[in-house]
Design a protein around this ligand. Structure first.
Ligand SMILES: Nc1ncnc2c1ncn2[C@@H]1O[C@H](COP(=O)(O)OP(=O)(O)O)[C@@H](O)[C@H]1O
Ligand SMILES: [Mg+2]
Length: 367
């Protein structure tokens, strides 16, 4: 698929920005804080209805304005599709596909993107939450309904936390109500864990090969780390282990006044040649892992949806050394539309610069 054009109205610092993106390689150049990330964020937003930077959509509206809008034309399976998102200060969201109002679920099926930003390179150094976020975002691109399951789980977890806190305060424990929360957490949570484990296996298979290529044969392994699992993969096995763990840790949860087990506590561990890469790998080795993962996301989305996603590379090339930069640029297939941001063109060789369309941005405007 390809983004043909994008128009931003009162979106962050872009009051009125139109960009023709029909080319397959696009380079957006600008100094810091001019709006490069804002543009990529808006494209990502159309695919996920979520910003990678904030969960408060009001931040997307230009300061002092009441409404922001992202419009795009996409070509997919030789058909042109219009996407239109708007959001107001009063939190009114409007979604249109081909000018017809549509549901978030429907909207999210149209555009697929893989966003790779400099911050992703810190994935291994980051918190378990950062790693769960990466995994969840990647899964959502393939199974749009996954997002709803996550929200449902979150909602129940927060209710359970409030309930446990209240019990602590009053000293009154209602076991039946706790049981209801736990049952619901087991149903949605096991499903989330099952999908995460399944996706992790799939991405591991692809990423291992890519990783071996870049690293000259180091062996990458990914592991889903969940306190109550020991290699179980089937959904009913996961559910029963989850249930047991909730039972075993009931007193601890009551004492602490919060939900202590479940997918919201899980993590992903990366191994190189059997060693935990977050502890033992160099910065370069950790970056190689993230690079392999991101390129694998592209392959998986292409495989599952039958269409190539759009690759958004936000300031990432400057953070990679020559070998990894070259590997990245060479391994992107020509049919994958790639939109790259960078502070300047110095990083790129002339051959590459000749093959891209370059835009310059200053204070939210193309110049
Ligand atoms: N809601 C908003 N309204 C107006 N300007 C905003 C808004 N949100 C962010 N900005 C501005 O956008 C700029 C940052 O844009 P960004 O795309 O992150 O820059 P970069 O080119 O470095 O990637 C900053 O100047 C910031 O003040
Ligand atoms: Mg930026």
């Amino acid at each position: 698929m390809k983004l043909l054009n994008l128009r931003l109205t009162n979106y962050r610092n872009c009051a009125d920005l139109s960009i023709e993106t029909a080319s397959s390689k696009i380079l957006i150049i600008g100094k810091n804080a001019q709006g490069k990330t804002n543009i990529l964020e808006s494209i990502y937003f159309l695919s996920a209805l979520k910003s990678p930077r904030t969960s408060n959509n009001i931040e997307l509206i230009e300061f002092n304005q009441d409404k922001c809008e992202i419009e795009a034309e996409i070509i997919k399976a030789e058909t042109s599709i219009n996407l239109d998102f708007s959001y107001t200060k009063d939190k009114v969201r409007e979604l249109k596909v081909n000018k017809v109002k549509t549901s978030p679920k429907e909207f999210k099926t149209v555009l697929k993107t893989v966003l790779f930003s400099a911050a992703d390179l810190l994935l291994l150094r980051g918190s378990p939450e950062n790693r769960r976020d990466w995994l969840d975002r990647a899964i959502t691109q393939i199974y749009p309904a996954y997002d709803e399951r996550l929200s449902k789980y979150e909602k129940i977890r927060i209710q359970k936390n409030n309930f446990l806190k209240n019990c602590l305060k009053t000293g009154i424990y209602n076991d039946d109500l706790l049981e209801v929360f736990n049952e619901q957490l087991v149903i949605t949570g096991s499903n989330i864990i099952y999908l995460r484990k399944k996706f992790l296996k799939e991405i591991e298979n692809i990423a291992r090969k890519k990783h071996a290529n870049i690293s000259e044969n180091e062996e990458l392994q990914l592991e889903y780390n969940c306190s109550f699992l020991n290699g179980e993969n089937e959904i009913d096995e996961i559910a029963s282990a989850f249930k047991n763990s909730l039972y075993e840790r009931k007193v601890e949860e009551q004492r602490r006044g919060q939900a202590c087990v479940g997918p919201h506590r899980d993590d992903i561990v990366f191994y190189i040649n059997g060693n935990d890469a977050s502890k033992f790998a160099s910065q370069g080795q950790q970056r190689t892992i993230v690079l392999a993962l991101k390129l694998s996301e592209l392959d998986i989305i292409t495989d599952k949806t039958g269409d190539e996603p759009i690759l958004l590379l936000d300031d990432v090339l400057a953070e990679l050394d020559d070998i990894r930069q070259n590997y990245l640029l060479k391994s992107i297939k020509p049919e994958i539309q790639t939109i790259i941001t960078s502070v300047d063109t110095l990083l790129f060789d002339q051959e590459f610069l000749d093959s891209v369309i370059i835009f310059n941005i200053e204070q939210g405007r193309l110049i």
